[in-house]
Design a protein around this ligand. Structure first.
Ligand code: FE2
Length: 203
């Protein structure tokens, strides 16, 4: 596996909150699957060899016959790549993101409650995000693998609530997985995302 697609830490690095087996299947099967299917969809088009962000920032420019494949698999590719970098144990909640969250929600607990509730109530498969919409921070949900960047927003923090992200360990107990997520957030990366949106060719 090349550096580009390798998980940036050991599969068991997030134990006991997110288990090794889930990370193996999630990364090696689901994520790699999205990448492969995206590469196949854009082969021979102007998007071949470019970051999937290029296509997702303006889906109207993507040929109609591959638009759904690009939206689903390109989204799956960049959402997961973003998610892997967000996960690390024992990183304190600090820095500009702390100030920004407290300014908007009043307290971390209030923010956590609203984000967790959005993740728990998302019907079916999708993601819950903290995004920057212009200068404003917002919590949003997206269905399937839809990326906030297709709506003109920049992801700051995101939680994968597809069953493939938690079912092996938590089965139908999604709220327990959501609670565990708060123990593995790499706030340094979140601060990086707040300051400078995820690197993308079209920015
Ligand atoms: Fe996933």
């Amino acid at each position: 596996m090349t550096e580009e697609i390798k998980l940036p830490y050991a599969y068991d690095a997030l134990e006991p909150f997110i288990d090794k087996e889930t990370m193996q299947v999630h990364h090696d099967k689901h994520y790699i699957g999205y990448r492969t299917k995206y590469a196949t969809a854009v082969k021979g088009t102007e998007f071949e060899g470019k970051c999937a962000c290029c296509a997702l920032r303006d889906l109207s420019k993507v040929p109609e016959n591959i638009r759904a494949a690009v939206r689903n698999n390109g989204g799956g590719q960049i959402n997961h790549k973003f998610f892997w970098k967000l996960l690390k144990k024992d990183v304190p909640f600090d820095g500009p993101i702390k100030d920004a969250i407290e300014a908007k929600w009043g307290s971390f607990d209030k923010f956590k409650e609203e984000f967790s509730n959005a993740a728990a109530t998302l019907f079916g498969s999708g993601w819950t995000w903290l995004v920057k919409d212009g200068d404003e921070l917002k919590i949003i949900q997206t269905p399937n693998q839809d990326s906030p960047i297709s709506q003109g927003m920049e992801p700051i923090l995101g939680l994968d609530v597809w069953e493939h992200a938690y079912y092996l360990k938590y089965q139908n107990r999604r709220p327990e997985y959501i609670e565990a997520f708060w123990s593995v957030i790499n706030w340094e990366q979140v601060n990086h995302n707040l300051k400078k949106s995820e690197e993308c060719c079209s920015k």
